[in-house]
Design a protein around this ligand. Structure first.
Ligand SMILES: [Zn+2]
Length: 385
C-alpha cells in the first residue's frame, strides 16, 4: 500500500508500471522500475522512492556543475536565440516577489545558486543566503555569499524566522516528503515572508511523469493542498510564464490555512494524470514497434533531453543511430551516449529515420520549422504515433 506524499491518503494501485531501468533527470539510468501512483483524493502524482536517496543527491547529482555555459535552455525567442533557465528564473523571481530594500533572501536547494546570483546582480541591496544538501557547490558561492550565510546538509537553528523571501527552484519535485519540506521553509520565513517555488508542470510536459528522481508530479490542486497543510497561504500559481513549469508564491501564515482547492480541480487533475500514464504505456509499445520496423536503418534522434534520451534507451540496439540533433548551441559539438550532438539542419543526407524526442505537445511545430527535417526520404517517428 502506498500513501500520497501530499495528503497521506492510501493509493491502492499504480497507474503506470514500466520495467527497469528508469531514466533520471540527469539522463542516467537507475536499476528500478518506473511506478507512478495517482492520488484521487488530492490530484497528486508520484513516483516510488529512489534507493539511497541521500547519497544520490550528495554525490551523483551534479546539475550544471560542469561549466557555466551548461545552463538549460527553456525557450527560443522570436529571433531563434536561446533563452536560458536561470536568466528567466531571476527575472520572474524579482517580478513575483517584489522584494523590499535590503531583503534577506535564501536560495534553498541552491546548487550553484546562479538564479540568486543574477537576482543580486540586478538588486545589489539584497542579502543572499544559500543552502544545499551537498558541499560540491561551495566554490560557486565564494565571493558573493558571506561564509556565515552559507549552509550545507543542515540549516542553522539561528536561521528560523529570518527570511523575507525564500526561493527554491526545481527542488520540491525531488523530495520524498513535500509537506515536511514546505513546513521547513515556512519556519525559516519571518512573519509575512514569502516563498517562491518552481517545479515541473506534468500536465504541460508529460515526460516529467516518468523521470525517476522526480518523486512528485504536482497539479495545481495538489500544490494548493500541500501549501495549506504546511501553513502557507497561496498567492499565485503561474503556469504560463515558464512553459512546462509552475511558479508559485505563498506567504507564511500564523494560523491554520484553509485549502482553496475545489473538487472539480482535483477531478480534472486526476483525469489528466491518468491520461498521461496511458500515453506512456502506449508510447512505450509504439517506440518499441518502430525500433523493430526500422532495424538496421540509419537514424537520428531529435532532442538530447529527456525524451531523446528515453528514445535512445529503447531503439539504440536495433537501429543504426547516427547522431542527436539539438537546437541548444551549448550542446552542439558535444556527445551524448557516445553519439555526436549536431544542429538540427546538419542531419546527414543518408539518414532515413528521425525519432522526434521532444515534448509531444510541441514536437510537430518545432520540426515543421526546420526544412532539412522535412525532406523526402526522411521518415519521422513521433512518440505519440
Ligand atoms: Zn493526495
Amino acid at each position: 500500500m502506498t500513501c500520497c506524499r501530499v495528503c497521506q491518503q492510501a493509493i491502492k494501485a499504480p497507474s503506470l508500471t514500466a520495467p527497469a531501468p528508469a531514466l533520471t533527470s540527469m539522463m542516467t539510468f537507475v536499476d528500478i522500475p518506473t511506478v507512478v501512483h495517482v492520488c484521487e483524493a488530492c490530484g497528486h502524482s508520484q513516483c516510488d522512492d529512489l534507493p539511497d536517496i541521500d547519497s544520490f543527491y550528495d554525490t551523483s547529482y551534479r546539475i550544471s556543475l560542469e561549466s557555466d555555459d551548461h545552463d538549460q535552455i527553456f525557450a527560443v525567442d522570436d529571433k531563434g536565440r536561446p533563452i536560458y533557465r536561470t536568466d528567466h528564473q531571476a527575472a520572474l523571481g524579482l517580478n513575483l516577489l517584489n522584494l523590499p530594500d535590503g531583503a534577506k533572501i535564501l536560495d534553498y536547494g541552491a546548487a550553484k545558486a546562479t538564479t540568486l546570483r543574477k537576482m543580486v546582480a540586478t538588486r545589489p541591496d539584497l542579502h543572499p543566503h544559500v543552502f544545499d544538501v551537498s558541499s560540491d557547490y561551495k566554490p560557486a558561492w565564494q565571493g558573493w555569499v558571506a561564509a556565515e550565510d552559507q549552509a550545507t546538509y543542515t540549516v542553522p537553528e539561528s536561521w528560523k524566522g529570518r527570511f523575507d523571501a525564500i526561493i527554491s527552484h526545481f527542488v520540491i519535485e525531488h523530495v520524498a516528503a513535500p509537506v515536511e519540506f514546505l513546513k521547513t521553509l515556512r519556519d525559516l520565513l519571518a512573519p509575512g515572508g514569502r516563498v517562491l517555488l518552481s517545479m515541473p508542470d506534468v500536465a504541460a510536459n508529460p515526460g516529467d511523469m516518468t523521470v525517476a528522481d522526480h518523486l512528485n508530479h504536482f497539479s495545481t490542486a495538489s500544490l494548493k493542498t500541500a501549501f495549506a497543510l504546511s501553513g502557507l497561504s497561496v498567492e499565485a500559481i503561474d503556469s504560463t510564464s515558464f512553459p512546462g513549469a509552475f511558479f508559485a508564491v505563498a506567504t507564511r501564515s500564523d494560523g491554520a490555512v484553509e485549502n482553496p482547492v475545489r473538487a472539480e480541480e482535483i477531478a480534472s487533475a486526476v483525469a489528466r494524470a491518468l491520461e498521461i500514464c496511458g500515453f506512456w504505456e502506449k508510447a512505450t509499445g509504439a517506440i518499441d514497434g518502430s525500433a523493430r520496423k526500422f532495424a538496421g536503418r540509419r537514424a537520428a534522434v531529435y532532442g538530447s533531453g529527456f525524451y531523446g534520451s528515453w528514445i535512445h534507451s529503447r531503439v539504440s540496439s536495433e537501429v543504426q543511430l547516427d547522431a542527436f540533433l539539438d537546437q541548444n548551441p551549448n550542446l552542439q559539438g558535444k556527445s551524448h551516449f557516445g553519439r555526436p550532438v549536431l544542429a538540427p539542419d546538419q542531419v546527414a543526407d543518408d539518414v532515413e529515420v528521425l525519432f522526434v524526442g521532444l515534448n509531444p505537445l510541441k514536437a510537430r511545430n518545432i520540426i515543421a520549422q526546420v526544412p532539412a527535417l522535412n525532406r523526402k526520404g526522411l521518415e519521422l517517428v513521433w512518440i505519440d504515433g
